[in-house]
Design a protein around this ligand. Structure first.
Ligand SMILES: Cc1cc2nc3c(=O)[nH]c(=O)nc-3n(C[C@H](O)[C@H](O)[C@H](O)COP(=O)(O)OP(=O)(O)OC[C@H]3O[C@@H](n4cnc5c(N)ncnc54)[C@H](O)[C@@H]3O)c2cc1C
Length: 286
């Protein structure tokens, strides 16, 4: 279908983007890569009066090292996350995850900020943002605020972001001992089940862990029972794999759709949790 008529404006800065959005009186929307918004507009599920293009705002894209943390600008396209030498060296789970998204066209247009704001239940980034305990940096009319990934993903296409706010970046402390494993939806490569695991390991023992699950339910969640079971375990493939047994058993909200039944997703959560955990252990320095 053809979208409803709309105006198009290009923002020159974050402040300009917020001002242009405010001027639409709540009827405008930001557009970054357009790979989630434009399909919705074509179905007329979303009919913004004005699209405010934030994709070329100077400084809104890029991977930066900042006070021992890493920061990824919201307008960074998936390809640039996937191929970032800094991420590959310091936090490869993030670049690995980006490399699994869609196809080259999607990875060269779609952005990190767009993916997080849209919060598709099958999107990949939410799981890894939970695993690296990312902070989502948000700017709005009242200034900047930070929301932890744990508080950001709230429901189906619902995040802790107001309509008058913009995501400017994500920040996290890099970790090498983390891994992402996903069961692909064959056509789109969205996650039917995707699990990101990050382990803090000292003296061969897991001290703490964060495990994020996407694709299974209405929004990404932490697998806290697995995280708790991992603490004190030997950082060996066999020991961490045991904690994946029964992963997700307590989840009430598991999707059942044309791509996979609820029973199949429930069966796949432990399988992909195990793969993510074993992948993380493989990155523990010898
Ligand atoms: C064929 C296909 C396959 C795909 N496969 C996958 C996949 O395997 N895994 C996966 O995770 N995703 C997949 N996607 C989704 C893709 O990653 C999208 O690019 C992404 O979800 C949205 O990013 P965008 O920059 O295109 O956002 P847009 O479509 O431009 O915007 C999406 C929404 O976010 C808002 N928005 C955008 N940027 C910001 C910001 N900085 N602050 C606040 N609000 C903002 C917009 O107003 C809009 O509401 C696929 C998409 C397609 C079309």
């Amino acid at each position: 279908m053809i979208p409803s008529a709309f105006e198009y404006e290009r923002a020159s800065s974050v402040d300009d983007a917020l001002a242009k959005l405010a001027a639409t009186g709540g009827t405008g929307k930001f557009i970054a890569g357009g790979h989630s918004l434009v399909p919705l507009m074509k179905f007329r599920l979303n009919e913004p009066s004005t699209l405010i293009d934030i994709a070329r705002i100077p400084g809104l894209a890029g991977v930066r090292e900042k006070d021992r943390a890493l920061e990824i600008g919201a307008a960074t396209v998936h390809h640039d996350v996937a191929t970032s030498a800094v991420l590959q060296a310091q936090c490869p789970v993030v670049s690995d995850t980006a490399a699994t998204i869609g196809d080259p066209q999607v990875r060269n247009r779609g952005t990190l900020g767009g993916s997080l704001a849209h919060a598709d239940p099958a999107a990949d980034y939410p799981a890894v943002m939970l695993a690296v305990d990312a902070e989502i940096v948000i700017q709005g009319p009242d200034g900047e605020r930070i929301v932890s990934a744990a508080d950001f993903f709230q429901g189906l296409f619902t995040v802790a972001l107001s309509a008058d706010e913009i995501i400017t970046a994500v920040r996290f402390t890099p970790t090498r001992t983390a891994s992402y494993a996903k069961l692909y939806q064959r056509a789109s490569r969205f996650a039917i089940v995707g699990v990101a695991a990050a382990l803090d390991v000292a003296d061969g023992t897991v001290r703490s862990a964060r495990v994020g699950l996407t694709g299974a339910g209405s929004h990404a969640v932490r697998l806290t029972a697995v995280e708790e079971a991992l603490v004190g375990r030997a950082a060996t493939p066999e020991a961490v794999a045991e904690t994946a047994e029964g992963a997700g058993a307590g989840l009430e909200d598991v999707n059942d759709d044309i791509h996979a039944s609820e029973a199949y997703r429930r069966a796949m959560i432990p399988v992909f949790t195990k793969r993510a955990l074993v992948g993380a252990v493989a990155r523990v320095p010898a």
